[in-house]
Ligand binder design. Sequence first.
Ligand SMILES: Nc1ncnc2c1ncn2[C@@H]1O[C@H](COP(=O)(O)OP(=O)(O)OC[C@H]2O[C@@H]([n+]3cccc(C(=O)O)c3)[C@H](O)[C@@H]2O)[C@@H](O)[C@H]1O
Ligand SMILES: Nc1ncnc2c1ncn2[C@@H]1O[C@H](COP(=O)(O)OP(=O)(O)OP(=O)(O)O)[C@@H](O)[C@H]1O
Ligand SMILES: [Mg+2]
Length: 285
Amino acid sequence: MSEESVILEPSAPLDLRLSESELAATREHVVSFVQRTVDRAGADGAVLGLSGGIDSTLTAHLAVEALGPDAVHGLVMPSEVNTADNMSDAERVARDLDIEYDVIDIGPIFDAFVAAFPGDTSDDRLETDPLRTAAGNVRVRIRAVLDYFVANAENRIVLGTGNRSEALTGYFTKYGDGAVDCHPIGNLYKQQVRQLATHVGVDDDLVTKTPSAEMWLGQTDEEEMGLGYDTLDAILALHVDGPLSRDATVRALDVTAEQVDHVVDLYETSAHKRAMPPSPDPLHL
Ligand SMILES: Nc1ncnc2c1ncn2[C@@H]1O[C@H](COP(=O)(O)OP(=O)(O)OC[C@H]2O[C@@H]([n+]3cccc(C(=O)O)c3)[C@H](O)[C@@H]2O)[C@@H](O)[C@H]1O
Ligand SMILES: Nc1ncnc2c1ncn2[C@@H]1O[C@H](COP(=O)(O)OP(=O)(O)OP(=O)(O)O)[C@@H](O)[C@H]1O
Ligand SMILES: [Mg+2]
């Protein structure tokens, strides 16, 4: 973590945990959602990217429960900014679930994109924003292209792995990891993703791993967003999704007004990522 970044947690975090019976109901709800979505699409199964992170691991577990291992295809898509540990965890998940999977090195595809771009794409520039984010988003979008190649070729749908915390803050790449056919765990805050993962039997080291988009070396979600998931989830649940005012949220969570404003800003500035691209109203000439 860089010296200037500070991740603040509330002194009294909101307890968003689900009870065992709620976890069982949520599991059943998501599994039947995946079954229904595949059925309605007339598809033969699903494809998803496996990163070794908890969102894709939980989604893969629930997809296998819904469709059976033969109907789930995983893609592990490393590049030079992914850690070997994460990629071997991704393969471990596929092997443990007994699903078909491919490992596709996206490094050469990314290099071709960079080589085709007419501007200065020297390594120094690619490691500094705004090009660092732009380049990371290219990697994410390359994975989406490969997901859809498999979906088209094998009559599958693409399963997204986005959760509610990411959706409400816009913490995903538009038309990258957001380019999917459905989000099975899209109603769960990150804390609930971890809890459901434990409930369905995901290994503890995967549940407790530090969340990272791996768009560049050393990236972590919490450092980039400027607050920890427990704080973020609590503010989302009470204020953005819930009825509490800004001041009541500050009092209830012992967070600062600036933290609440920061989350509201993430929510408001990412509205375009949660909507269909707009066109002007029809003009009847
Ligand atoms: N108001 C508006 N109305 C319509 N469109 C608007 C817009 N503002 C920006 N845009 C468009 O959106 C673009 C910016 O959005 P986008 O291209 O997504 O790029 P951006 O949001 O800048 O970057 C993606 C963010 O998501 C994070 N991420 C990505 C992938 C995975 C994960 C993870 O958790 O694993 C996290 C990543 O670390 C980064 O912070 C602009 O360049 C513009 O084209
Ligand atoms: N190297 C990769 N290979 C295959 N898929 C990937 C890779 N990196 C990211 N993805 C896909 O993009 C999704 C979004 O990444 P994200 O980091 O939000 O989720 P995660 O890695 O599953 O969990 P966490 O947020 O805890 O790191 C992943 O769930 C996965 O489907
Ligand atoms: Mg990740």
